[in-house]
Design a protein around this ligand. Sequence first.
Ligand SMILES: Nc1ncnc2c1ncn2[C@@H]1O[C@H](COP(=O)(O)OP(=O)(O)OP(=O)(O)O)[C@@H](O)[C@H]1O
Length: 573
Amino acid sequence: MKIFKTLTAEAPEKVFVSLLLGVFSGIGYAFLIPLILVSFNGDSAFEVIAPAEGGSSILEIKNAKFALAFFSSCLLIICSRTISQLILTRVAIDATVALRTKYYESILYAPLECLERVGESRLIASITNDIRSVIQGAQLMPDLLISLVTITGMMGFLAYLNIDIFRFICWAIFFGVISFQIPMILAGKLVKKSREKVDDLHESINGVIKGVKELKLSSDKRHYFFKSNLLESESQLKKSSKSALSVMRAAINYGDMMSFFVVGYIAFLFASFNLVSDGELFGAIMVLLYITGPISVIMNALPQIVTSNISLDKVEKIFGDMPKETVLQHNFSFSEFKSIHFKDVRYCYEDLSGGGAFEVGPLSFSIKAGEVIFIVGGNGSGKSTLAKMITAHYRPSAGVINVGLQAVDDKTIVGYRNNIAAIYTDYHLFENILGDTSESFDAFVRELLVRLKLGHAVSYQRGRFSTLKLSDGQRKRLALICALLENKQLYLFDEWAADQDPEFKQVFYHEILPHLRSQGKIVVVISHDERYFSSADRVIELEDGKISKVTVMSIDAPGRSRPNESVADANIL
Ligand SMILES: Nc1ncnc2c1ncn2[C@@H]1O[C@H](COP(=O)(O)OP(=O)(O)OP(=O)(O)O)[C@@H](O)[C@H]1O
């Protein structure tokens, strides 16, 4: 079974040892009943012997050999079963971490458009729920094996007791397995359907958590969302889960009772038509009653195994279909990173709605070091799409991007990205500064915190900010500090200043940008702040994915300076 491979792939030797111990344990179980039955041999295993004088009666073991074998089997079961389960539990924990790590890597190395297509909710649901479910199923391995070995051993004993009873039971098992498959196939389909509903539910949960502010503002909206989205998703999941579990429970009970039907048949009918001694009949019934335990273990494990297999399919569908960027993960070093050239670059979204895909391009322009470019345009004109092409998150469908004379391609793209610091509209602020956090940074960061008026709200020590519980504007200023610390060659700000006070807009447009220009950086700013367009060297206007206008700004405009020229008011850095 596929789910078991997740464990065997992690530590094959340990899993092998665990299974071997499971087999020993199963053999131990399979010996218990035969030992008792053989030791009875028509008499009592214990004989009351004369009480010692003045003392109470004691029991003396008559069949010491069998008794010893019996207790040795018990000991074997305790030791082998415990060690087997301990080993597998540890392997399961390692396998869970290994699987999650593999999928973290898949996410980190997948093309951005692919992650955007799958969506946050489905990724989180798979990494958290599905992987846990797969491992829970795989962990049942030793118990299943113990039960299978026990049943096999007991069947062997039955064959030894009476071959006719053995044959009859083989047919009963065959019939049971076949008739059990029908409800299980139906249950599998229902579990699959219910798993699909989990994604919808996650989407709704995301909505209730992220959209709580909007929902609180309107009781109608809240009521509608609660009923039509959240409760509807819950109700669909509840319906499909209940159906799946009902079918499965009924199938399990049928399977459980099958063994008692067989016991009843043998006890009341079989003996009437076949030549079976009382001893054989008694032995067969004991064996059959005994194996109802292992059968029950297998039956009860089946729902988890079905669910785990479906979870594994889901994980494989999401992550198996997720391509890895075919790029060389080598930090290519450009001979110089002084200019970027777009030549007839296009990017076309996949047409998912059928209403025609949006295309950006063909775009041809260059940006030099020490230049600040503003990209402007109406909503939906393609600014953010172009930003993602500039930062090489979206690879062009046509055309080329060069750094100087060197192309940004599979061999150089990782090196290209390593030269970029960006703040997107949906940026993420990490809790600590990732990378070099040497003490030399401390004074610099503290100075920036004070200049951006964050000094009272946040303190910084050794790569960590004291808190991220800040206003939106403050968080964005903190993101700006992190970006500046990176000291990259290309800076991209996607509407950074949109939610800043005029005071900080001023700092951004008239101090930060001129400073970056003076440092010879390539700076791309997506902006709607017309008041500050004069801070740019050039303003590229987009309309419907194409460049509609390029304006070269006057060198004398406020907030302007040439590369390497000291900036009078860029006094923060
Ligand atoms: N993931 C996507 N799949 C398909 N089409 C998309 C996707 N993202 C954006 N688009 C399309 O691309 C167009 C440009 O989007 P983009 O986000 O680049 O615009 P924008 O200029 O940044 O807009 P805004 O100023 O509103 O942020 C949109 O009209 C939209 O139809």
